[in-house]
Design a protein around this ligand. Structure first.
Ligand code: AMP
Length: 219
């Protein structure tokens, strides 16, 4: 059965196969189906469990299915516009880059555009890429706030929000930045929060930002 049992679209399955995966990991088996249904997810999982694909695959499926049903004008497909519909926030640029690599890898048969945004590098290239349009943005909190303040990014059409390694984000003191970012995305969205540990603080954050979440644990 492998990955075909979840109802992921053929292009996403092809991406998974090209990545060489045959069997879903436990966190993937538990998270993919509810995530595809649009449920909010709280995932307790460490690095190495396959947590990235657990949120990236449903995210790709949901965005790609929607892109296919874009309106046409007089029978001619409208020029595809790219709005930021999925936002992934990570604590570090290394993790942001890893998530970006995963999205490019699994999404290689899709036409979604992904931009990664983190600090410590020049703004110019990020500004250029954001101007061209992105469906998915992966970002660290500080640099994302810079872009929000410059109005170089519009988060008003975000449908899927992912907080990856939320416990590290809190440890690194990003809680206020994260709250400002969440305040700028629509309330009506799917939210997935992944964390290696579920502390009281994480539970508090989860109860503020998730709606009736489905809890999945890597084991
Ligand atoms: P992650 O926990 O998301 O950082 O993933 C850890 C590693 O497992 C990465 O190198 C992934 O490429 C790999 N991986 C994720 N899912 C699978 C899978 N279903 N089968 C084989 N390898 C996987």
């Amino acid at each position: 059965m492998g990955f075909t049992k979840f109802g992921l679209s053929d292009h996403v399955i092809k991406g998974v196969e090209a990545a060489g995966y045959t069997t879903p990991t436990p966190i993937q088996s538990l998270a993919i189906k509810p995530a595809l249904e649009g449920r909010d997810i709280i995932g307790c999982a460490q690095t190495g469990t396959g947590k990235t694909a657990a949120f990236v695959l449903p995210l790709l499926h949901r965005l790609a299915s929607e892109t296919g049903s874009q309106p046409t004008v007089a029978g001619i497909p409208s020029r595809r516009s790219h709005h930021v519909r999925a936002l992934v926030i990570t604590p570090t640029r290394e993790l942001a880059q890893q998530v970006h690599d995963a999205v490019s890898n699994y999404g290689r048969f899709l036409t979604l555009r992904t931009v990664v945004v983190y600090g410590g590098v020049s703004m110019d290239n990020q500004l250029k890429l954001l101007r061209r349009g992105a469906d998915i943005v992966i970002a660290t909190p500080g640099r994302l706030l810079d872009h929000m303040q410059r109005r170089s990014i519009d988060l008003s059409k975000v449908q899927i929000l992912v907080l990856d390694e939320a416990d590290r984000m809190l440890d690194m003191g990003f809680i206020n930045d994260v709250k400002k970012i969440i305040a700028a995305v629509p309330r009506d969205r799917q939210t997935m929060l992944f964390s290696a540990t579920i502390s009281g603080e994480i539970k508090g954050l989860a109860s503020d930002i998730l709606r009736n979440p489905h809890l999945v644990e890597a084991g």
